[in-house]
Design a protein around this ligand. Structure first.
Ligand SMILES: Cc1ncc(COP(=O)(O)O)c(C=O)c1O
Length: 407
């Protein structure tokens, strides 16, 4: 399985981060940060000569799932949000823009209720704990954030035993789950019940590969008929939905609870939303408090997410279309091969031939065209991530930028 970390560290140095700040500031004040489709950019038509990019040129980021603002840009973006609709503050997560965002997520997911959480980790852990009740066993993907990246919180804080399935794979099948459940009576003497299963979709550790909806349906049917509760770690569910063509509500309908990140592509500085049945969500405020997660003010995150949520699904569809056009043109160039990952979402594999100096290409794209991509490794391989920043220029600009960067 191809793996590569997304490479923030590969891409940035202090200088680029600072100039990025200035460019962004200009962009935000000029009011073109949320672009409906494509910005016509004067240099685009000047094919052939590409001096250093205009300081105002928006930065296309071929890594990450969306905008992650630098502080100055964040403030400018929030001012725009405030100008569009005056931001009403929350107090301890109650009222104002937090409540408005909760209502949006309830509609988006088709669940009864939603609650703002300070982090996705807390959303996952509290959802799993509440769904499981007194039962201790929780089946998870071996590759999931819940299993590998939440500091054993389930075991050490919530008295749950995470039971990993499908080592190093994106997902476990309904059949694998059923076998694991049925084997328990042979494998263990003392019985303690199965509380819940948690599924991450798409899976960060397998480069954004998605769990097929058909498998989710089968797992859900099995779990419902065996009274096993289901939680969806949908941190990046917008990516799965856009690339797999499955509505978010449909994904959510197969689970009791779903968590969605507010900062991976909604621009917030942090935060998460948990949606589910009222009986589950109503328990959360108290649990957030006793775990020290009840922050006095959350409006800076909620207002940003609410503002950026508007039109995101359309922008992602446009990004998919544009990436198809760009990648098909780039694949005509000898020495460039860009492919979708098997079962993948917004992350693509790019292999370069020996004739192309991948590191130089990356530097030129950065310096001359404001396009950031992860540095190719020693095998001239890298991953390109498609997100809404692709829409900051038209397809011709990006295609020509790649052509110039290898010439
Ligand atoms: C799949 C997934 N789930 C959960 C989280 C946790 O989110 P947070 O950083 O808000 O705790 C992350 C964060 O990287 C993640 O990638």
């Amino acid at each position: 399985m191809e793996r590569q970390t997304s490479g923030f560290h590969n891409i940035f140095n202090k200088t680029t981060a600072m100039t990025a700040f200035n460019r962004r500031n200009f962009l935000r004040t000029s009011g073109i940060s949320i672009l409906p489709a494509i910005i016509p950019f004067t240099k685009v038509s000047a094919l052939g000569t590409y001096p250093n990019p205009d300081p105002a040129a928006p930065i296309i980021k071929l890594f990450g799932d969306g905008e992650m603002f630098e502080p100055g840009d964040y403030l400018t973006e929030l001012q725009k949000a405030n100008a569009a609709t005056a931001i009403v503050r929350d107090r301890y997560g109650s009222g104002g823009v937090v409540e408005a965002l909760e209502k949006k997520f309830t509609a988006l997911t088709g669940k009864e209720k939603s609650i703002y959480m300070p982090s996705g980790t807390m959303a996952n852990q509290l959802a799993i704990a509440v769904l499981s009740g007194e039962n201790t066993k929780v089946f998870v993907q071996d590759t999931s954030h819940v299993y590998r990246d939440e500091a054993d919180a389930a075991q050490s804080v919530f008295n749950k035993r995470l039971m990993p399935l499908a080592k190093d794979e994106t997902y476990f099948t309904a059949k694998q789950l059923q076998t694991a459940v049925e084997n328990l009576s042979n494998e263990e003497v003392f019985k303690s019940g199965i509380g819940a299963i948690s599924i991450e979709n798409p899976v960060r550790r397998t480069d954004g590969r998605a769990v097929p909806i058909e498998e989710i349906q089968k797992i859900s049917t099995y779990c419902r008929s065996n009274n096993i509760k289901m939680h969806l770690d949908g941190a990046r569910i917008f990516m799965a939905s856009a690339w797999m063509g499955v509505p978010i509500q449909e994904y959510a309908s197969h689970f009791d609870t779903i968590y969605i990140s507010l900062y991976k592509y909604l621009g917030a500085a942090g935060g998460a939303m948990l949606s589910g049945p009222a009986a589950v969500i109503d328990k959360m405020a108290h649990l957030i408090k006793i775990h020290g997660g009840n922050m006095y003010s959350n409006w800076t995150n909620a207002a940003m997410a609410l503002y950026r949520l508007e039109g995101l699904e359309t922008r992602l569809q446009n990004a998919i279309k544009m990436s198809a056009e760009i990648f098909s043109e780039l694949n005509k160039i000898p020495g460039i091969s860009i492919k979708a990952l098997d079962g993948g979402t917004n992350i693509y594999s790019m292999d370069l031939g020996k004739e192309i100096d991948g590191k130089k290409m990356q530097q030129t794209l950065n310096k001359d065209f404001n396009i950031r991509m992860p540095r190719p490794n020693d095998k001239n391989h890298t991953l390109l991530t498609v997100n809404e920043t692709l829409l900051y220029q038209n397809a011709a600009y990006t295609i020509n930028a790649f052509k110039k960067s290898i010439s």
